[in-house]
Write a protein of this length. Structure first.
Length: 87
């Protein structure tokens, strides 16, 4: 896999994340900062990949919180169902 392939893969993943989610103001500020870096200062694919990777980390950090909260809700429901069935 060469830099062009990695760059295209990062772009695809970023576009999927951005289609599916809107972020809080703090995350959106970071995203806007890195997008500005991407469009104004990145000169070659290596720099672009670095900036895209930073953007993907922000998106994945937000997904991690979402996954954790879903898991917590799932297990709290499972406990409440067990409590009800034991009564």
């Amino acid at each position: 896999m060469n830099y062009d392939d990695v760059y295209k893969l990062h772009l695809q993943l970023l576009s999927i994340y951005e289609k599916n989610e809107r972020y809080s103001s703090s995350h959106q500020q970071q995203i806007n900062y890195y997008k500005k870096q991407f469009f104004m200062f990145a000169e070659d694919n290596v720099q672009r990949i670095f900036v895209l990777n930073q953007l993907l980390k922000i998106h994945e950090k937000t997904r991690e919180v979402l996954v954790d909260s879903c898991a917590d809700r799932y297990f709290s429901k499972e406990v409440s169902v067990e409590d009800i069935s034991s009564v």
